[in-house]
Structures are given as C-alpha cells and as structure tokens.
Design a protein. Structure first.
Ligand code: SAM
Ligand code: SF4
Length: 326
C-alpha cells in the first residue's frame, strides 16, 4: 500500500491522457498553446504498465483527464485495458463533453463508470467566450448521451470566473431541481501562463453560495456539510440533484487529499498546486524493472506535501492545468 508520511493512503490516481484539447478555456490555457511533442507523451503500453504498478501498490480508482482525454487516439481500447487491470475498481473521466455524443456508449461499454462534464454556463454566447471555440449544444448533447449510456450520476463542473459567468451559477444550480446531477462550482486556481488573470478573476465559494441562496433561499447541507472528495455538498429544497462547492483556494481540503496525478509525460505529480514531481517515464524507457519503478513510486508518494501554498502566495509556474491533468 502507498502511504505518505502523514498517514494518508493514496489510492486515487488521475492520469492525464494528453495535454491537447479541442477547446481553449480562458482559465486553462492560452489560445496559441504549445503542446508537447508526441514522443514525449506516454504511449498506451507505458500507461498500462504504470497503472498495473500503481494497482499493485493499492491504487483502485483511476480518473482519466487531460487536456481533453476523448481526443486521444484509441482512448476506448485504453479504457478497456485499464478496466481489466487487476485491482482497479473504478475508472472515471473528466471531459469537456464535446465528443461525448458519439463516444459515451463505447466508453461505457469499455468499462468507464462515470463522467464529470465541464459546463460553466447555459448561455451559448458566454460558453463560446469562456471556451473560445466551443459550441454549447455539443456539450448538452454529450451530457444526454452520457446519461443514456449509463455513465451516471453525471457530475457537472463549473469554474466560475468574474466577468464571464458569475451570475450563471443560478441557472446551473437550477438544473439540480429536475435532474439527479451533481453540479459542482469550482474556484479558479492559479497556474503558469494565466496566473494574474486567474487570481484577479477569482470568485470564492462563499460568493457563489450567496448568489445561489439569494435566488433560492438557504441551501440544505448534505451529510451535515461534510466533504465528499473535494466538494462540500448541498441541496436546494426538494431538488433531485446536489450542489457542490470546491473551494480549493479559499478553504483548502488538503488534509483529506488522497490523490496522485500522472502527467501526460509520465511524471508523478504529488500535489496539483506544487511543482514537486517524480519522473517515472524516463526510467521506464531506460529499462527500469517493475521493482525499481515501484520503489520510485513509493519513495515519491512518501514525500507528498501536506498541502498547497496559495495562501503564502506560492502558485505553480511550471505547468498549466491542462498539462498536469485537472
Ligand atoms: N478537458 C477536460 C475538462 O475540461 O473537463 C479535462 C481537463 S480540465 C483541465 C479538468 C478540470 O479542470 C475542468 O473541470 C476544468 O474546468 C478545470 N480547470 C481548468 N483550469 C482551471 C483553473 N485554472 N482552476 C480551476 N479549475 C480549472
Ligand atoms: Fe480543454 Fe478542459 Fe482546459 Fe477547457 S479546461 S481548455 S476543455 S483541458
């Protein structure tokens, strides 16, 4: 089992399948983003070998992300192979939903259990402004396809950006009245490339909640307001779905963090918001044995930091969110 020095059992691995994307969200990457050369990125067999080693160390839950995981060639077969890896109990995906209308069913058949779909607004013009390239209809079709394929319960992720969509939290929250969805509002985090924008345009979870409560009245805490993963959950009175707040910046949940991240170029990232990483792909390509790789992983996991340093003004400057795998 992989434990860190604080006794946290690390059993949840997020894998960035690619740093590439078919959108250019303003809070994530610049429009003229430069992507890594394909040779630098992990190949399918390399991902599968690492997944097998992580599973042997106690990882049982995998989330595929990116970049946009659905743009990776052969993603359905990769999902199937990860699903068949002994020890992997659950495989999920975070996606922008653009390609889901045709990929939801094959992904579900390959063993994908659930999806988190990013949706920051229900207004087509604002959606285009936030994603620079996106068509809202594609995402709405994708969500429907995900539900029909059984990728449930669907969770929707909305990053809230001042001047772009802070008033849209009301419409998004309203979705939970008649859908069994979990709509999660996310505070924008600072990364390389757009750090100033991300810090200036931050809307805190308290501000989002105040706006929602102004429209609907007080939110009811779910499970006494305890954290569910990274989200604190609430419900509108009588609603089918739930509302979550992910307050990574204003109310960090680091103590409960059981996540590890594998970047698209095969580095084990110990904290989303800290630059410390262990390169696994280079030793793997240089012929390291399973035992040597496992030892590298265990050693790196041990030094997982307690939490991020945003409150001390420390934001990661080495990679964008899409390069780490959000
Ligand atoms: N392309 C997929 C998507 O958009 O869902 C997966 C990768 S994306 C980097 C993963 C999640 O990170 C998305 O929900 C996205 O909204 C969120 N995200 C991107 N940049 C962010 C930032 N600066 N702060 C907080 N969340 C961010
Ligand atoms: Fe692409 Fe997701 Fe980043 Fe948007 S948030 S640019 S969809 S990787």
């Amino acid at each position: 089992m992989a434990y860190d020095r604080f006794g946290r059992r690390l059993h949840y691995l997020r894998i960035s399948l690619t740093d590439r994307c078919n959108l250019r969200c303003v809070y994530c990457m610049p429009e003229d983003m430069t992507f890594m050369p394909s040779a630098t990125a992990m190949q399918d067999d390399e991902i599968l070998r690492l997944v097998r080693l992580f599973a042997q160390l106690g990882v049982d839950k995998i989330r595929l992300t990116g970049g946009e995981p659905t743009v990776r060639a052969g993603v359905v077969e990769l999902v199937r192979a990860i699903h068949e890896t002994p020890g992997i109990r659950e495989i999920t995906m975070t996606t922008n939903g653009i390609l889901l209308s045709r990929m939801a069913r094959p992904l579900a058949e390959a063993g994908l259990k659930r999806v988190n779909v990013s949706l920051d607004t229900l207004h087509a013009g604002k959606f285009r402004r936030l994603t620079r390239w996106g068509d809202l209809e594609d995402v709405l079709d994708g969500i429907q396809a995900a539900e029909e394929a059984g990728l449930q319960p669907v969770k929707l992720n909305a990053v809230v950006v001042r001047g772009y969509n802070e008033t849209d939290v009301v419409d998004l929250a309203r979705l939970t009245l008649n859908h069994p969805w979990q709509v999660r509002f996310i505070e924008m985090m600072p990364f390389a490339g757009a750090t100033d924008f991300q810090q200036l345009m931050l809307v805190t979870a308290d501000m989002m909640r105040a706006r929602i409560e102004e429209a609907f009245g007080p939110l009811e805490p779910v499970d006494g307001g305890r954290l569910d993963g990274e989200a604190r959950l609430f419900r509108l009175p009588g609603a089918q779905g739930q509302i979550g707040f992910i307050a990574s910046v204003s109310q960090p949940f680091c103590a409960a963090c059981t996540r590890l991240r594998l970047t698209a170029d095969g580095h084990l990232r110990l904290c989303l918001l800290r630059e410390d990483e262990a390169d696994l792909l280079t030793p793997l390509r240089e012929g390291a044995s399973d035992e040597e790789l496992r030892r590298l992983i265990v050693k790196a996991v041990w030094r997982k930091p307690w939490g991020h340093g945003l409150a001390q003004g420390e934001a990661p400057q080495d990679r964008t969110m899409s390069q780490i795998g959000g």
